[in-house]
Design a protein around this ligand. Structure first.
Ligand code: FES
Length: 77
């Protein structure tokens, strides 16, 4: 598998960002403090956000599941 660099300033790969996300870094800011990614030119911050948005962070998924589905209830009544 070829390595995908998310942050070329610090040579941080997608795998590393995912690893930090699993360890509890749920925001680009927390990723930055974990591995410096995003603290130089800043052009990778959107990519980091995209990786976090894909569910790399378990806590974020739990929040998404908490959405109430009101339309289904209304149809059943
Ligand atoms: S590519 Fe990440 S700070 Fe520049």
């Amino acid at each position: 598998m070829n390595r995908v660099y998310v942050c070329s300033c610090f040579g941080v790969t997608e795998q590393q960002v995912k690893k930090h996300a699993e360890d509890g870094a749920c925001t680009p800011r927390q990723i930055a403090s974990a591995c410096k990614a995003g603290t130089d030119c800043g052009s990778c911050v959107r990519r980091i956000q995209a990786i976090l948005g894909r569910g790399a962070c378990p806590r974020r998924e739990l929040a998404d599941q908490g959405q109430p589905i009101l339309t289904d209830l209304a149809d059943a009544a």
